[in-house]
Design a protein around this ligand. Structure first.
Ligand code: AMP
Length: 432
């Protein structure tokens, strides 16, 4: 049956994360955090709102993210802000703003949280989504890329995701890319009539992005296009060679993809995507993407700080987990073996104090403070198969006592309030 449309629904491309969803988020975040700590990445949390120009300058004015997907708003004070569409520019801004430049280098940062892009919603593509993000600021060594790729692969591995491949390419730097761009543009102009309308536009503004196009007609042109790998300067060439050497030495499965350029302007040298082997041909639904961006920090803080980073899509990871029937819900469930039943207002107050004692003793308890009927509370305990019920009525409050009922045997005994938690702890231990 079709659900009636409610007056208010979550905006298109966004959704409520319900308890069963959050069990996945919790697991992914906690693993990522463990890795961040162990590998020396400090967690920071930038604001969700940023100056719109931050992304315009760094992500790039002609990128899809800035041109089409950014949520922009004008405040009452006249500022133009954006809901962050990605993390890297925020972290780079924070690096300068918070004096991280004087920290021991490299500065390794970790962050996570929601991002916003006005995209056409579809499987694995939302308007509000979440990423985990690792960045290394202040190292130009190829091992920096490897470290973040390695961490990400290990997180996926620990989650139980198998058969992952790193798609990798080098897109050169300011030394060699301009020349390649010229060569590519010449080739694409020659074949302009064969390109899709979007690529015709891309050709004028950002020809490298044509290589990223998934349209079949463009694919034919792309296949014959000159490849950047043949135009890398010596420095970029050596850098990339080293990256590939490391991947091989670590036996990380990779696929050299000369057409991988990624959508953003700021990348230099290495770009990569982490993708399920079975999605390799489709070249979509990457679990994570990243690369090196040696020029980005200069755009934000006017200093040359080489950097590399990776961003992984939490929703994409969850989809793979669900496809593979991997779930973490059980871990979240706390099975209470004790229920506190109360009768009367004084007993409700006393119950709250008692719940706190159980909390301190780390014993999970159920309670039904909004219920007034004792019979009802006992029925619920029965239904939930809870073995012990603590009953507190008016008299127990006055006497500083409690009744402990074993629901299996039906036996009841009065126990002094101050001894109750200790007694229950003993019983639970015995019943283990
Ligand atoms: P990007 O920031 O575009 O490099 O994307 C990095 C990763 O974030 C991708 O590999 C996806 O896993 C994820 N991602 C990007 N955009 C979205 C989206 N609209 N919805 C869900 N996940 C996304």
């Amino acid at each position: 049956m079709k659900k009636p449309r409610l007056k208010f629904q979550a905006p298109t491309g966004t959704r409520d994360l319900l308890p069963e969803d959050l069990a996945y988020y919790k697991k992914i975040y906690s693993l990522a955090e463990e890795y961040a700590q162990f590998y020396g990445f400090k967690r920071i949390e930038p604001p969700i709102l940023e100056d719109y120009e931050l992304f315009l300058k760094s992500t790039g004015a002609t990128t899809d993210i800035v041109e089409k997907q950014m949520y922009i708003l004008k405040t009452k004070g006249g500022e133009i802000l954006a809901l962050r569409p990605e993390f890297t520019p925020s972290l780079a801004r924070s690096y300068f703003e918070n004096g991280m430049i004087s920290w021991p280098h490299p500065v390794k940062l970790y962050t996570r949280g929601p991002l916003f892009r006005y995209e056409k919603p579809q499987a694995g593509r939302y308007r509000q989504f979440h990423q985990i993000n690792f960045e290394i600021f202040g190292s130009k060594k190829p091992i920096a890329e490897i470290e973040i790729i390695w961490i990400f692969l290990k997180i996926l591995e620990k989650l139980g995701i198998k058969k992952i491949v790193v798609e990798i390419n080098s897109i050169g730097d300011s030394q060699c890319r301009p020349y390649y761009k010229k060569i590519l543009t010449r080739y694409l102009k020659h074949n302009q009539h064969l390109l899709c309308a979007t690529c015709k536009r891309r050709l004028k503004k950002n020809p490298l992005r044509v290589l990223d196009c998934k349209e079949i007609k463009c694919q034919k042109v792309i296949k014959e296009a000159p490849q950047i790998i043949d135009y890398l300067c010596e420095e970029c060439h050596d850098h990339f060679e080293k990256v590939l050497e490391y991947l091989e030495a670590l036996q990380i499965p990779y696929n050299l993809n000369p057409y991988l350029v990624r959508g953003l302007d700021y990348y230099t040298k290495t770009v990569f995507e982490i993708i399920l082997e079975k999605n390799l041909q489709k070249r979509q639904n990457a679990l994570a993407g990243g690369g090196r961006y040696d020029g980005l920090l200069r755009l934000i803080g006017k200093q040359d700080i080489p950097a590399a980073g990776v961003a992984g899509g939490v929703e994409r990871i969850i989809e793979v987990l669900k496809d593979n029937n991997i779930s973490f819900e059980e871990e979240q469930k706390r099975e209470a073996k004790v229920l506190i039943a109360q009768l009367g207002d004084e007993a409700k107050i006393e119950s709250l104090k008692l719940i706190e004692e159980f909390w301190r003793a780390k014993i999970p308890v159920e309670f039904l403070l909004t219920k007034d009927s004792l019979t009802n509370q006992l029925k619920i305990a029965n239904r939930k198969k809870i073995k012990y019920v603590v009953i507190i009525g008016k008299e127990e409050v006055i006497k500083k006592a409690s009744i402990l009922r074993d629901m299996e045997t039906g036996k009841q005994e009065s126990i002094q309030r101050e001894k109750l938690v200790k007694e229950i702890k003993k019983l639970l231990k015995k019943n283990k």
